[in-house]
Design a protein around this ligand. Structure first.
Ligand code: C2E
Ligand code: MG
Ligand code: MG
Length: 596
């Protein structure tokens, strides 16, 4: 550093020593051993002394600190990384008589490029030898880095490196505070939940699950502007805070982009894996007083999608809060319903399409609610699923269907060969004693196993892919028939079917509905029926509503059908009345009002 001078240090605090030269060397050596940079300047800001640490820290000399001349070797920023105005540079202030007390500053050094954090302390010197100011700089970069990494850990998700829930809440609070000054800004909070992540995690292992989450984070980031907050809240839940959105449709556009990006295949353990994203949107910030409320509403919007799987996103509106309250109430009431015997089974006939004769029923649960009347499964099954109540509910349905069918067999000989199909939820397949419990129910009710059909959706196969084949085989070994419900709406393809011991496919009604107008749907329907035949599976067509559907299915040689054309689901009393007439062809298609 230019202008290095040996300052007669001894004179600063005590009378000069007899051997001043030796002392000066000693003091100089001591100062040069100090880790802190020490700088002494005269009243004009010219350098009188610097130690070795100062030379190492300030490659371009002291000018950048507000001394004489100019320095382009480094720039001084405040602790918020804003450039300091000339009048605020520490050396100039000390020369002006101010004391600078351990002030944190940042030095941005140009060559080699690096950033150093320092604390600066400065004292005006009114004493000896022409010295006017003493400045010490302590390099705290190491401590700052440590502090930064602690902060990062506290506020970031370790796996993806994204902000975590705390940081998101902080940003939401900041956004709300900003909105008080700028009430016209619109913002949106998007909450993203990955469907089926748990199944993939369980089946492919946690390492693959972790890789998947990192990849999801990258895909989400790629859809966003660099400054948009993207956080991982834990598990498979991510959040995006959009500040300054032009309108709610901008948030919806982004939700659709995200949905499409997540729907692209992921490659894990050398296989393609598919995910689906549900996105709850809460527009803000005007309506909110707290970050927690804002997040809650995005979550309510997300729950709304869970009960309507065809939807990819949902925007919160305040009526959803009312629905949420209803949902909570329904959950409480449902617990009561199981105890107070409020559940009912209705039976929808399944007919042989050739002659329209009944060959069996599907048992469909209803809830005789004490104040809300007869509730359809669409109003409570998803709540039962989410709360685990589906397990006692499912066992009740199986036992009741078997009990009722056995009773009818004794009362109506014409029903001796009728089958009954019972829906089983994926959650029930998590039960360790599933097969034993089914066996017990058959034994208790006296119903024959080979007249019982269990309907499962493709989701069950995905959720339990490891254990499911063995469980299905055990059920089948009891003589029970296995049926894939809502076929065609899941994620899997026909080609996997031969791996599972199914007896029957039930084609989802969306295929039947449009097959008479949509040529593509008709072609799919045709190939499903053909393939089922090749695999030796029966086919039931669900949702047969018109005689056109009926004719088309017959032409495709589909054997069995179920739908409003033949009959709506009927109460046990209606079935008994019908059987009493012993005339299966005189079905009354209007016995149950259309389901909501
Ligand atoms: P699912 O198993 O696919 O049952 C068929 C549904 O389609 C029934 O609705 C039935 O009323 C309706 N459906 C039948 N034919 C037609 C038609 O021609 N047109 C139209 N538009 N709909 C028709 P429901 O009774 O409302 O049941 C809905 C779903 O609730 C069932 O779909 C099933 O997934 C679930 N569910 C019903 N009972 C149970 C149960 O005991 N346990 C479980 N886990 N789920 C059940
Ligand atoms: Mg079903
Ligand atoms: Mg179905």
């Amino acid at each position: 550093m230019p202008g290095r001078t040996i300052f007669p240090l001894g004179s600063m605090s005590q009378p000069p020593c007899p051997d001043a030269k030796i002392d000066a060397e000693l003091y100089l050596a001591a100062l040069n051993h100090l880790p802190d940079a020490v700088i002494v300047v005269d009243a004009a800001g010219a350098l009188l002394f610097t130690n070795t640490a100062a030379e190492a820290l300030l490659p371009g000399g002291i000018a950048g600190l507000g001394g004489q001349g100019k320095s382009s070797a480094y720039q001084v920023l405040d602790c918020q990384h804003r450039p300091l105005a000339a009048a605020d540079l520490p050396l100039g202030r000390v020369l002006g008589g101010q004391h600078v007390q351990a002030e944190e500053l940042v030095l941005v050094i140009s060559s080699p490029p690096c950033t150093r954090w320092v604390t600066v302390t400065g004292e005006p010197l009114s004493t000896v030898g022409g010295a006017a100011a003493l400045l010490t700089l302590r390099d705290i970069s190491g401590a700052k880095q440590h502090e930064d990494s602690l902060l990062k850990q506290a506020f970031h998700d370790l796996l993806t490196g994204l902000p975590n829930r705390y940081l998101l809440m902080d940003r939401l609070s900041y956004a709300l505070a900003r909105a008080q000054d700028h009430p016209q800004v619109s913002m949106a909070l998007l909450l993203i939940d990955l469907d089926r992540f748990k199944a993939i995690n369980d089946n492919l292992g946690h390492q693959a699950g972790d890789n998947l989450l990192v990849e999801v984070g990258t895909r989400l980031r790629s859809q966003l502007c660099p400054n948009t907050t993207l956080a991982r809240l834990g598990g498979d839940e991510f959040a995006i805070l959009l500040e300054d959105v032009a309108s709610s449709s901008a948030a919806v556009d982004l939700a659709e982009q995200i949905h499409a990006a997540i729907a692209q295949p992921f490659f894990l353990n050398h296989q393609e894996v598919y995910l689906d994203a549900s996105i709850g949107i809460a527009l803000g910030p005007a309506a909110y007083e707290s970050a927690g409320d804002w997040l809650r509403d995005a979550d309510i919007a997300l729950c709304q999608i869970k009960s309507n799987p065809d939807q990819a996103w949902h925007v919160f509106d305040s009526s959803l809060q009312v629905q949420q309250d209803l949902r909570l109430q329904t959950e409480i009431d449902l617990r009561q319903a199981l105890i107070c015997n409020e559940l009912r089974l209705h039976y929808q006939p399944i007919v042989t399409l050739n002659n329209e004769e009944i060959c069996g029923f599907e048992a469909l649960v209803r809830w005789q609610h004490p104040t809300r009347g007869l509730l359809m499964p669409g109003e409570f099954i998803h709540i039962a699923e989410a709360t685990g109540l589906i397990i006692p509910l499912g066992w009740w349905v199986l036992a009741e269907a078997c009990r009722q069918m056995h009773l009818w067999t004794t009362e109506f000989p014409a029903m001796a060969n009728f089958t009954v199909s019972v829906n089983m939820s994926s959650k029930q397949f998590s039960q360790p004693n599933l097969v034993e419990r089914i066996q017990e129910i058959l034994a208790e009710t006296g119903f024959t196993a080979n007249r019982l059909k269990i309907e499962i959706t493709e989701g069950v196969l995905i959720d339990h892919s490891d254990s499911i084949i063995a469980t299905l085989a055990q059920i089948k070994a009891l003589g029970i028939k296995l049926l894939v419900d809502d076929f065609g709406t899941g994620y899997s393809s026909l080609s996997y079917l031969h791996r599972f011991p199914f007896d029957c496919l039930k084609i989802d009604r969306s295929f039947i509905e449009n097959a008479d107008q949509d040529f593509e749907k008709l072609e799919i329907l045709q190939s499903v029926v053909r393939l089922a035949w090749n695999l030796g599976l029966d086919v039931v067509a669900e949702g047969v509503e018109t005689s056109r559907h009926h004719a088309q299915l017959k032409a495709l040689r589909c054997e069995l059908g179920q739908g409003f054309l033949f009959s709506r689901p009927l109460s046990p009393a209606a079935i008994e009345a019908m059987m009493a007439k012993k005339n299966a062809s005189s079905l009354d298609p209007t016995a149950e009002p259309p389901s909501a």
